[in-house]
Design a protein around this ligand. Structure first.
Ligand SMILES: Nc1nc2c(ncn2[C@@H]2O[C@H](COP(=O)(O)OP(=O)(O)OP(=O)(O)O)[C@@H](O)[C@H]2O)c(=O)[nH]1
Ligand SMILES: [Mg+2]
Length: 244
């Protein structure tokens, strides 16, 4: 018997971390999709910031020993949520992605397979063959930010703020995720991986616009602008910090 007093799910090979805030319409499909494509040797860690819509409860009620739910009360943050999930993960391979069905779980097996050759494998909207299906304003903003990141940070990475990734756990021996802010942490994380000589492979995919639920990063023009500014600042901070 396991610690949970149920059939022992065994040690997972792959851990996928999902950060959630008000994703009740998407969370179960996302979890289902992950197990459908990765099989039962995966674990899913949901880090939910006490969503008023009860996302954490839906995940908990699955009562699945392969799903660990962390409900953080009195705190918000995307980077810190992913970081918490990574700390709680057990797989030799760790990944993370959004829980809004914009990133297809069907990509995961191919990405995991590529870890035989690379340290980090990133789902990429902007690698040849990739696509971003969101509204034009968001696509343009995202492309501009990524163009800036590629120019300032280098290494030919096209989707610097992807946030859809799998990697070998050993990567964390060399690189830490800086757990502050929203999605911009990812650019510095990838940049540091490359700077430390780790190999990164981008795999093209189609980013489907959110079909259900509400965007947290761009619910209004003001929020959209503020998030964009944070990304631009973080690109230069990453570059400056690399001289420390
Ligand atoms: N734990 C946690 N998760 C968050 C927080 N903010 C957003 N998320 C989750 O992070 C992921 C990305 O957020 P989104 O709202 O999809 O942001 P986005 O991908 O930039 O925008 P859209 O896809 O257009 O909605 C989703 O799974 C969210 O539920 C937060 O403060 N805490
Ligand atoms: Mg999203």
């Amino acid at each position: 018997m396991s610690r949970l007093g149920r059939a022992d799910p065994g040690d997972p090979r792959v851990s996928i971390v999902l950060a959630t805030f008000n994703e009740r319409e998407n969370i179960l499909d996302t979890i289902r999709g992950i197990f459908e494509h990765l099989g039962s040797s995966a674990e899913v860690i949901v880090v939910d910031d006490d969503s008023p819509d009860g996302t954490w409860k839906l995940a908990q009620d699955l009562d699945d020993p392969r799903v660990k739910v962390i409900r953080r009360v009195g705190t918000r943050g995307l980077a810190s949520a992913f970081n918490r999930g990574i700390l709680e993960s057990r797989g030799g391979i760790v990944g993370w992605m959004d829980a809004d069905m914009c990133m297809p779980p069907a990509m995961l097996p191919g990405m995991v397979k590529l870890l035989d050759e690379y340290d980090v494998v990133v789902g990429s909207r902007y690698a040849p063959g990739g696509r971003d299906d969101r509204a034009w304003l968001r696509v343009i903003a995202s492309r501009l930010i990524n163009r800036l990141a590629t120019t300032v940070l280098g290494y030919g990475i096209r989707d610097y703020d992807s946030g859809f990734v799998v990697l070998k756990r050993s990567v964390f021996d060399r690189v830490s995720l800086i757990p502050t802010g929203y999605g911009a942490y990812f650019m510095e994380f990838l940049y540091t991986c490359r700077r430390k000589g780790l190999t990164v492979r981008e795999v093209p995919y189609t980013f489907r616009d959110r079909q259900k639920g509400i965007s947290k990063s761009a619910p209004s023009l003001w929020r959209f602008f503020r998030t964009g500014t944070q990304y631009v600042t973080r690109i230069f901070v990453a570059r400056i910090r690399s001289h420390d």
